[in-house]
Design a binder for this molecule. Structure first.
Ligand SMILES: Cc1cc2nc3c(=O)[nH]c(=O)nc-3n(C[C@H](O)[C@H](O)[C@H](O)COP(=O)(O)OP(=O)(O)OC[C@H]3O[C@@H](n4cnc5c(N)ncnc54)[C@H](O)[C@@H]3O)c2cc1C
Length: 373
């Protein structure tokens, strides 16, 4: 009996929906499994907005992937007919010796990304010796519109979306047997992009993924100066706490000035059962920022939200075949708190790997062999 599906995509979140969108263009018969209808609040895409930028201080090899992502977001936005990318610009603030300031300058020089020094600071209390750089071709993506666009633009003729959770999987002679909600499916190939749940589904492989809970703050303000059009997205590297980042106010998306501290956080035992209550120490991190850099907002009302990061051992993504299943099983995980902006590119890469066995996009630095797998 031949498999019912050419491909099963496990996880229909940030990376799974674009994978389905690209798979639909190939004519493959696809099964997409996800117990939650995206967008939702359970995994890694909660919080309404995600920053997109090109001066990549984390690793300049991401820049060619970003070029592809920018192009794809623009095409998807055009086809969907609703704004996804908000080009607000992004201000980087930090000491000249900070790894962030040095990293953005390096990426900008290497890839000729427009980046301007000495722009007005956006916060009240910035040390005189710090630098402020501005990247005009940066901004944020609207998560709701982005994920809905992929769903609506995916040709459903040969794709079945099932709101089911993969429970187990195993190789069979001509593919894989998958069990979800007590139903058995057979697929010739599989793509795993189940975010924080990937570790559990692939527990036989030591991928070294670490799941942590993150906190997002929404600071109430009625001042126009924080609104989109007048205020950019921003990164501020605090020498003792780490990287704070934030967005301008857009009342159509959600009221309040959104800000957060990008931090490792406490590892979680399970992405299904974790405490959503925000701890005093997490609230203190937000108050520290406001008191230190923007005292005008230090007494503002703050709402909090939580979201999950899935870190890889070196904070870089994992995009590759699963060891032992080259050309049959592709995985995309460990997005370490910075993956959303790459979603259409990762979707395309996954389908390239499955259909052609390789991709033209440069992903060597994201392959598993860097961990000696
Ligand atoms: C607070 C926060 C801020 C961030 N800020 C940024 C930013 O500014 N810019 C940026 O680029 N990135 C940012 N990120 C990172 C980005 O959002 C993530 O990298 C991205 O959402 C990860 O996508 P994913 O597909 O791996 O996970 P998800 O979007 O969570 O998708 C995983 C899916 O798998 C499904 N699933 C779970 N179990 C199963 C199962 N058994 N069977 C089938 N499906 C299953 C889940 O329901 C879910 O839909 C941020 C993340 C957080 C938490």
């Amino acid at each position: 009996m031949s498999p019912q599906y050419d491909l099963a995509i496990i996880g229909g979140g940030t990376m799974g929906l674009p994978a389905a969108y690209h798979a639909a263009k190939t004519g493959l018969r696809v099964l997409l499994l996800d117990p939650n209808e995206s967008p939702h609040i359970y995994g890694s895409h909660a919080g309404r907005t995600r920053i997109i930028r090109k001066s990549y201080y984390e690793h300049s090899d991401y820049v060619p992937l970003l070029e592809d992502a920018y192009q794809q977001w623009s095409q998807i936005e055009g086809s969907y007919g609703t704004k996804i990318y908000h080009e607000t610009g992004l201000t980087y603030i930090g000491s000249p010796s900070s790894e962030v300031i040095q990293g953005i300058r390096e990426a900008s020089e290497k890839y000729r990304i427009p980046l301007f020094n000495g722009v007005d600071t956006i916060f009240e209390q910035i040390p005189d010796e710090w630098q402020t750089w501005y990247e005009p071709e940066a901004g944020y993506l609207d998560v709701q519109h982005a994920l809905t666009a992929f769903k609506n633009l995916t040709n459903r003729e040969k794709i079945e979306f099932k709101q089911e959770s993969l429970e187990s999987w195993e190789p069979i002679t001509d593919g894989f047997k998958l069990i979800a909600n007590q139903t058995t499916y057979r697929a010739e190939k599989v793509v795993f992009c189940a975010g924080s749940w990937t570790q559990r589904l692939l527990s036989a492989y030591s991928l070294g993924l670490k799941i942590t809970r993150q906190v997002i703050a929404w600071v109430a303000t009625d001042k126009n100066r924080y609104e989109e059009g007048q205020f950019p997205c921003w990164f501020l590297h605090d020498p003792s706490r780490g990287m704070y980042y934030g967005f301008p106010v857009n009342h159509k998306i959600r009221s309040g000035l959104k800000l957060a501290l990008h931090m490792p956080g406490l590892p979680l035992a399970s992405p299904d059962h974790y405490d959503k209550e925000v701890l005093e120490v997490e609230k203190e991190a937000i108050h520290y920022f406001l008191n230190r850099y923007q005292p005008a907002l230090s007494n503002a009302k703050i709402d909090y939200e939580t979201c999950l990061y899935t870190y890889s051992p070196d904070d870089h993504f994992i995009v590759d075949f699963l060891p032992g299943y080259e050309s049959k099983v592709a995985i995309a995980c460990g997005f370490s708190g910075h993956g959303f902006k790459f979603a259409p590119t990762i979707g395309k890469i996954l389908i390239d790997l499955i259909v052609q066995g390789n991709t033209d996009l440069p992903i060597d630095f994201l392959r598993l062999r860097r961990f000696n797998h």
